[in-house]
Design a protein around this ligand. Structure first.
Ligand code: SF4
Ligand code: SF4
Ligand code: SF4
Length: 279
């Protein structure tokens, strides 16, 4: 067990005898001003910086007697230590449709909203969450306790289609095909990535529905486990309530130290689905 400072799980002693402050970052986003202060704090009080797998920043090598000063300077720019122990951890996110050409959905404001609403709540075991903007998910939401993967249901105005075939070329699942100049969508094969919409030069493809696939009970560390699909398609507006329900049930019925995966395994996925149905 790591020695912590003043009982803060994310300020803890390392093998060099000094402390690390793990700075809470949601959606992998920091302002340039915050980055500057993180860098200054590391330079003044510590020995270096480490970017974690989960988009956090660790400030390394801080002697115990300098921790208060370091924490105070971080606090001035709205940064705090966080994301360790049996708590709701920071929410990771890819850049989503604000920046990524391949994205089906927005991600960073959603991840921040989730982080602000649920972050640092005590739960029986750590809850890690990740948001990805499309079904080719860079943030691996399937391997988190709760994962969200952006989707969009494609449709098209066939009368305006020029039969250029680009949608067939970009579709990786074979859901879009062309026969005698007519394109069709096989929804059984479609993974709702939206790339046919983004790439249609005639703008005849459009979204007939925006949402996310939601996974639950995944984990990335040993043994790695892919979460189960709680929702094939959930709208952005329903996500916060759904997470709230999962967290409430897990807090009420989960056993200390047992991860969400184990909790779901013990009660069964069908029972879990009933319990977390939004009221
Ligand atoms: S997950 Fe999809 S949307 Fe997000 S960065 Fe990767 S390719 Fe882009
Ligand atoms: S949304 Fe993606 S999988 Fe579905 S038809 Fe378009 S390109 Fe193919
Ligand atoms: S990319 Fe657009 S215009 Fe071209 S074939 Fe597909 S739907 Fe028609």
């Amino acid at each position: 067990m790591n020695e912590t400072y003043n009982g803060i799980p994310s300020v803890f002693k390392r093998r060099d005898g000094n402390f690390e402050i793990k700075v809470l970052v949601n959606a992998g986003m920091l302002t340039s001003g915050q980055m500057k202060i993180v860098s200054e704090v590391a330079e003044k009080y510590g020995t270096g910086l480490h970017l974690t797998m989960r988009q956090e920043v660790g400030i390394l090598g801080i002697p115990e007697d300098l921790l208060d000063k370091a924490l105070a300077e971080l606090s001035e720019v709205g940064l705090s230590p966080g994301s360790a122990g049996p708590m709701i951890r920071n929410v990771t996110a890819c850049l989503g449709n604000t920046y990524c050409f391949k994205a089906a959905q927005e991600t960073t404001s959603l991840a921040r909203e989730i982080g602000e609403k649920f972050g640092e709540q005590k739960v029986p075991g750590p809850i890690k969450m990740a948001v990805a903007g499309c079904p080719y998910p860079c943030t691996r939401p399937q391997f988190n306790e709760i994962g969200l993967m952006g989707r969009v249901k494609p449709d098209l105005n066939i009368d305006d289609c020029t039969s250029c075939g680009i949608c067939v070329d970009v579709c990786k699942t074979g859901a879009t095909t062309m026969d005698d100049g007519n394109v069709t969508i096989d929804y059984d094969k479609c993974n709702m990535c939206g790339r046919c919409i983004i790439n249609c030069p005639a703008d005849v493809r459009f979204s007939a529905g925006d949402g996310f696939m939601m996974f639950v009970g995944g984990r990335g560390s040993w043994p790695p486990h892919e979460g189960q699909i709680l929702h094939e398609f959930i709208s952005r507006d329903e996500i916060i309530d759904q997470i709230d329900r999962i967290v409430t049930v897990y807090k009420e019925k989960g056993e200390p130290g047992k991860r969400l995966k184990e909790f779901i395994g013990n009660i069964g996925f069908e029972e879990f689905k009933q319990l977390v149905k939004s009221e």
